[in-house]
Design a binder for this molecule. Sequence first.
Ligand code: APR
Length: 236
Amino acid sequence: MKNIVILTGSGISAESGLKTFRSEDGLWLNYKVEDVCTVEAFEKNPAFVHSFYNELRPIMMKALPNMGHQAITMLQQELPEININVVTQNVDLLHEKADNKNIYHIHGRIDECICMNCGHVLKTLEDVKSDEICPRCKAMGMLKPNIVFFGEMPQYMDEVDNMLAECDMFIAIGTSGVVYPAAGFVRLAKFHGAKTYLFNLEPCNNSLAFDKEILGKASETFPKFAEQLINEIHKA
Ligand code: APR
């Protein structure tokens, strides 16, 4: 085995106290996607969109990783000969805080903004107002959260395509399999011969695409799997 791709969704961060999107009390039950996570929403009311992310940012920045994130670090440290990439739909930084390596935020990150005028990406840990000035091109009111809105192209898609074409094992953790292109990654990996595993609290939209579905809390199910995988590979 040479390559493992791990796709994570908001479910891996649930036990760190962060809301998911579609479970009960999920973010999308209290906010309309079209009001806070589309280009049109941002054009129509940038101040409201910024306020949504300004509210989310300190909560996410305070959160701590859980055993699910830490099990990824254990895999990467115990299996250095295997290329283990972490493709996350999450904009929180729990993979970084757990010291995971090779992290690809395909839906962006909560601690950055991007200038829609010049493309400059800057760290933003404090509240962002809608009339901020870009430090590079000095344009005013052009800073948007570096979050991939619905209708925008996810980031790192070329890198992800290459990973899936080479991957021997594809693991999805805490994602409902509702949003594409991420929900289609499992089929691409399978097409290229990967073994596919889903770790989720409940069966999800694309469950049937996985060879194995392990239901339960990711902080319990995934560390157990990771330990078994390490033992198997060390013994081989
Ligand atoms: N352990 C494992 N899975 C869990 C846990 C847990 N402790 N808690 C919740 N889950 C599962 C839920 O059962 C659900 O299937 O995590 C999944 C989260 O699904 P969503 O809320 O739809 O979140 P996600 O799949 O990350 O959404 C994908 O949609 O709105 C966009 O950009 C947003 O990145 C997000 C994308």
